[in-house]
Design a protein around this ligand. Structure first.
Ligand SMILES: *Cc1c(COP(=O)(O)O)cnc(C)c1O
Length: 434
C-alpha cells in the first residue's frame, strides 16, 4: 500500500495512462485527496476552486449530500443487476424524467455507459433505421468541422478531421462528409450565405446519407465555438427536406450549460436522436442516454432484425440511475436556470473585456461557459502550475483557456477563476514562444 502522496505520484508516473498523455514523458499531474462543493483539495495541501466541473459533469459541486445519499441508499438495495430481462425503479424513474425534460417527441430511451457509447448507439440507430426502410445506401454521416463526439471509432470518425485523430486512423475509419464549421457567432446577425456549402452537400449526397450529427450551439472539445441558432434551424430543415436523420450530441451542452436545459431549445428544434451524458449523474459516475422518437424506434423494431442491436453489460446501472435521478431532482427544486443566467452575466463582465489584452485573439461567453482564445498555444505545465498557485483548477488546451464552473459557484469563486485567467495572460512562461 502506498500512502505518501509523493509515492502515489511516482507510481502513477510509471504505470498509469492519463488522457492524451505520453507514458514515457508525461506532464505533471496533481494528486487529489478530496473534493467538496467547488473545491478540489490536493494531497499537497492546496484547495483549488474548480473551473472545469471535471469536464462539464460536476454541476452541483463535489461531495453533495443529496447525491451522496442517493448512492448510499441505492447501494443498500442493489448496486447492479443486468438489464436483459430485468428492470428496476431507478431506470424507469430516470427514463420518465428524460422523456418529460427533452423536447416533445423524444420518448424512447437507451441507457448507455458513456458519452462515446451513446454516440455509437445513435449512429447504429440511424443505420438500422434506413436498413429497416430498405434504403441500404444510406450509410454515410454528415457533420461539421471542429466537432467532437468522443474517442471510440464511429465517434472519432465524425470528430474534426484536422484537430481530431483522423490522420492516425485514416485507414481503419469510415470516411464521412464534412461541412465547414458554423461561422456566424451566437450574438451576430445570421449570414445565410454560410448555408451554401452545407446545402450543396445535402443536394449531392442525401441518397447516401443516414444522418447529420452535430453539437447544438456550442462545439466543445473541437474548439469551444459558439454558433448561431439559425444554423441549427437550417440543419433541421435540410434534414427534413432531404430525408436525413438529425442527431444532436448534447453530451456537453445538456442540463443547462448553455443557459437552456438543452441547447437545441435555442433553435426550437427536436432532433430525431439526442445523446446525453457528462452532467447526467451530476458528475458522480459514468452514464449516458440516447433518446429517440417513436418513429425511429418502431421502424427499427418492426424490421427484419426485430430489435436494436446493442446491449452493454452495465446498461441501466441502478447506482448511476439513482444518482442521475437525485441530480435531476436538485434541478427541479432549485431554479438552476436563473443561477446559470447570473453566472453568464458575471462571466460576460469579467471575461469579454480580456479581448483587449495583446495576447488574446477572442473571448466568448454563453451560459456557464467562458472562453479566452489566445494567439499562442499555452505552455501546459507552466500555466497549470500558475493556476494552482492562484488557487484555481483550470485546464486549457492549445490556444483555449476556458471555464465551465459548477452551477453552485459563488460570485467570489467566479472572480477568483477569471482573475487567475487574467493574471496568466501576463505570464510569458505560460505560453509557448511564437
Ligand atoms: C465528452 C463528449 C463526448 C464523449 O463522452 P465520453 O463520456 O467522454 O465518452 C461526446 N460528445 C461530446 C459533445 C462530448 O463533449
Amino acid at each position: 500500500m502506498i500512502n505518501n502522496y509523493t509515492d502515489i505520484l511516482s507510481f502513477d508516473k510509471k504505470h498509469l495512462w492519463h488522457p492524451y498523455t505520453s507514458m514515457t514523458n508525461p506532464l505533471p499531474v496533481y494528486c487529489v485527496e478530496s473534493a467538496s462543493g467547488v473545491h478540489i483539495n490536493l494531497a499537497s495541501g492546496e484547495s483549488l476552486i474548480d473551473g472545469m466541473s471535471s469536464w462539464w459533469s460536476v454541476i452541483h459541486g463535489y461531495n453533495h449530500p443529496t447525491l451522496n445519499n442517493a448512492v448510499v441508499e441505492q447501494t443498500k438495495k442493489m448496486a447492479h443487476v443486468m438489464f436483459g430481462g430485468l428492470t428496476h425503479k431507478p431506470a424507469v424513474d430516470l427514463a420518465q424524467r428524460l422523456v418529460n425534460l427533452t423536447p416533445a417527441g423524444l420518448d424512447k430511451v437507451f441507457l448507455a455507459d458513456s458519452g462515446s457509447v451513446s454516440v455509437e448507439v445513435a449512429i447504429k440507430m440511424a443505420y438500422q433505421f434506413w436498413q429497416a426502410k430498405g434504403q441500404h445506401k444510406k450509410t454515410r454521416l454528415l457533420t461539421v468541422k471542429n466537432g467532437y463526439h468522443g474517442d471510440t471509432f464511429a465517434a472519432m470518425s465524425v470528430c474534426d478531421p484536422v484537430n481530431g485523430m483522423h490522420h492516425m486512423f485514416e485507414n481503419v475509419m469510415q470516411q464521412h462528409l464534412f461541412a465547414p464549421a458554423p461561422q456566424t457567432r451566437f450574438e451576430q446577425d445570421f449570414d445565410e450565405s454560410e448555408l451554401t456549402s452545407l446545402t450543396a452537400l445535402f443536394e449531392q449526397h442525401h441518397q447516401s446519407m443516414a444522418a447529420l450529427i452535430i453539437e447544438p450551439i456550442v462545439q466543445g472539445a473541437g474548439g469551444m465555438r459558439i454558433y448561431h441558432k439559425d444554423y441549427l434551424k437550417a440543419c433541421r430543415a435540410l434534414c427534413d427536406k432531404y430525408d436525413v436523420l438529425l442527431i444532436c450530441d448534447e453530451i456537453a451542452t445538456g442540463f443547462g450549460r448553455t443557459g437552456k436545459m438543452f441547447a437545441c431549445q435555442w433553435a426550437d428544434i427536436t432532433p430525431d436522436i439526442m445523446c446525453l451524458g457528462k452532467a447526467l449523474t451530476g458528475g458522480y459516475m459514468t452514464l449516458a442516454a440516447t433518446i429517440t422518437t417513436q418513429q425511429v424506434a418502431d421502424t427499427i423494431s418492426e424490421s427484419e432484425a426485430g430489435c436494436f442491436m446493442h446491449g452493454p453489460t452495465f446498461m441501466g446501472n441502478p447506482l448511476a440511475c439513482a444518482v442521475a435521478n437525485a441530480s435531476l431532482s436538485l434541478f427541479e427544486q432549485d431554479d438552476y436556470l436563473s443561477k446559470i443566467a447570473a453566472i453568464e452575466s458575471q462571466l460576460k463582465n469579467n471575461i469579454l473585456p480580456l479581448k483587449s489584452h495583446p495576447r488574446v485573439a477572442d473571448t466568448r461567453v454563453l451560459g456557464a461557459i467562458g472562453v479566452v482564445e489566445t494567439h499562442q498555444p499555452v505552455n501546459m505545465a507552466n500555466i497549470q502550475a500558475h493556476f494552482v498557485s492562484q488557487g484555481v483548477w483550470i485546464r486549457p488546451f492549445g490556444k483555449l483557456i476556458y471555464i465551465m464552473p459548477p452551477y453552485v459557484a459563488t460570485s467570489a469563486d467566479l472572480n477568483a477563476l477569471t482573475s487567475a485567467i487574467a493574471s496568466a495572460l501576463d505570464q510569458d512562461n505560460c505560453f509557448s514562444a511564437s
